[in-house]
Design a protein around this ligand. Structure first.
Ligand code: TMP
Length: 224
């Protein structure tokens, strides 16, 4: 089983489409550089952070690949995750680094578990071998009405296979994320993303500082 190294800090950004994760990532890096550690941050993403992952990402996101059933889809994301954790995340944690990942296993729970209705247990089973006990230490969940996020995505030139799914699917995904956050309170921070970017940043950082104060041991001891 994949073991979580005792060092480092594994943070993930979560949320439905178009919630502004990329914009907030830069602010988070600044926070970690100035308040926690400098030059010890690894920024990564799922799917597609490894050689095999990039090929899986192409299959998973291409819009003409409409014949992927949910069981196959969850398995492909787990395969990407297996390579990502072993090649990128765990080696960085072993060196005491802060890993910030755009998406993680929580997205499989929300998208495949709730969006595609596979359910939590099926997603867990599909991810057992890939994840072992190397779960993110903390997830920042950006919450935004799905219509607003999707409208932002549709304004872009290219949309992916998930962004083309109907609104009911995305509403299930959003409810799924909120459910996960409720079940696993200690591991989630929920940020209201329905406000200007500067407001999102200050809410995110205030909640992160509070979380750090109550999880000092995990946060400070592991990071070099
Ligand atoms: P993005 O990299 O542009 O966020 O696109 C990734 C897409 O893949 C996004 O629509 C969410 C979806 N996704 C899942 O459905 N399950 C997963 O486990 C992950 C990591 C992403």
């Amino acid at each position: 089983m994949l073991e979580r190294p005792p060092t480092g800090f594994y943070l993930t950004l979560a949320g439905p489409e178009g919630v502004g994760k990329t914009t907030q990532l830069a602010q988070l890096v600044q926070f970690f550089e100035s308040e926690v550690c400098s030059a010890n941050i690894v920024i990564t993403k799922e799917p597609g952070a490894t050689a095999v992952g990039r090929e899986l990402r192409a299959i998973l996101l291409m819009t003409d690949r409409t014949d992927i059933d949910p069981e196959t889809e969850v398995s492909l994301f787990a395969a990407d995750r297996s390579a990502h954790l072993r090649e990128v995340v765990v080696p960085a944690l072993m060196q005491g680094k802060v890993v910030i990942s755009d998406r993680s296993v929580f997205d499989s729970f929300a998208y495949q578990g709730f969006g595609s209705r596979l359910g939590i247990e099926a997603v867990k089973a599909a991810n057992n071998l890939a994840v072992g006990n190397c779960w993110p230490d903390l997830a920042i969940l950006f919450d935004l009405p799905v219509e607003i996020g999707l409208a932002r995505k549709y304004r872009q030139q290219e949309v992916n296979r998930f962004e083309l799914k109907d609104i009911a699917y995305h509403q299930r995904v959003q409810r799924g994320f909120l459910n996960l956050a409720r079940i696993d309170r200690g591991r989630f921070i929920i940020v209201n993303a329905d406000q200007p970017p500067a407001g999102v940043t200050s809410e995110m950082l205030a909640k992160l500082r509070d979380w750090r104060a109550s999880h000092k041991k995990l946060f400070l001891e592991g990071v070099n």
